[in-house]
Design a protein around this ligand. Structure first.
Ligand SMILES: NC(=O)c1ccc[n+]([C@@H]2O[C@H](COP(=O)([O-])OP(=O)(O)OC[C@H]3O[C@@H](n4cnc5c(N)ncnc54)[C@H](OP(=O)(O)O)[C@@H]3O)[C@@H](O)[C@H]2O)c1
Length: 225
């Protein structure tokens, strides 16, 4: 049986990823930082394990990795991310929260990738996906969202770099943009979460060596860094 570990699985894209992988008959290790917010996740049917994980805590990441050290994880999907200050312009930027954004969107994902790489290398598929964003692309001309955009841009660089190192272990590392997905804080986005996740799963199903170190959207189209 194949196994996927998904961070930030209690809502939005992470929840839908958990649901669709369970429907495919996979074992899903779903992480969330607060079990009180995971009631819907707990109701999903299938081979589901729920773990608590705060992405800002390197200690918790290390502990979780220790717990699964002798396991094999086919796909590590680093999905959890923070974006409270969508569109905030320079003077409205909560500068004192910058560290929180980097901890959650860049440093935690880096630590997840390197701590779980041995378990991914020990699997059949050997894939790490980090959820990037078009908002973190240097070619994006939008204004504002300094905290989110800089932390995602940093994530992109980190993952592209890691892709080279982890390739020695046979791992394919991808950065993905899920599309502009409709959700509670993005009600005006056009893309239903079901379609985004279906597209990403299809892409991952067909992942090969050529995709290592690439930045792709949910349809498999290359994104500008
Ligand atoms: N929606 C879009 O259009 C879009 C576009 C580009 C990229 N993305 C990226 O896709 C990913 C999922 O986004 P989404 O739209 O599904 O957002 P969402 O509904 O807000 O879900 C975000 C998930 O991340 C978790 N999370 C946030 N901070 C965390 C922390 N410090 N530790 C552990 N978990 C944490 C949240 O947990 P809580 O419920 O506890 O807060 C939640 O489970 C994010 O990385 C986002 O940046 C989304």
């Amino acid at each position: 049986m194949s196994t996927i570990l998904i961070t930030g699985a209690n809502g939005g894209i992470g929840f839908e990823l958990s649901k669709q992988y369970l429907q495919k008959g996979w074992r899903v290790i779903a992480t969330c930082r607060n079990l009180d917010n995971a009631k819907e996740l707990m109701l999903l049917k299938g081979d589901l394990v729920i773990e608590t994980l705060e992405m800002q805590s390197l200690g918790q990441i290390n502990q979780l990795a220790q717990k699964y050290a002798s396991d094999s994880i086919d796909i590590l999907f680093i999905n959890a991310g923070i974006n409270h200050q969508m569109g905030a312009l320079a003077l409205d930027t909560e500068v004192d929260r910058w560290q929180e954004y980097f901890s959650t969107n860049t440093i935690g994902p880096f630590q997840m990738a390197i701590q779980f790489a041995p378990m991914v290398a020990n699997s059949n598929k050997k894939i790490i996906v980090a959820m990037g964003s078009m908002a973190g692309s240097m070619s994006n001309e939008m204004k504002g969202s300094y905290l989110y955009r800089s932390s995602k841009a940093a994530l992109h660089v980190v993952m592209k770099n890691l892709a080279k190192e982890l390739h020695d272990k046979g791992i394919i590392t991808l950065v993905m943009h899920p599309g502009r997905v409709k959700g509670p804080i993005t009600p005006n986005n056009p893309l239903p979460v079901y379609d985004s996740v279906k597209g990403m799963i299809n892409l991952i199903d067909h992942a090969d060596e050529k995709m290592n170190g690439c930045f792709l959207n949910y349809l498999g189209e290359p994104m500008p860094w």
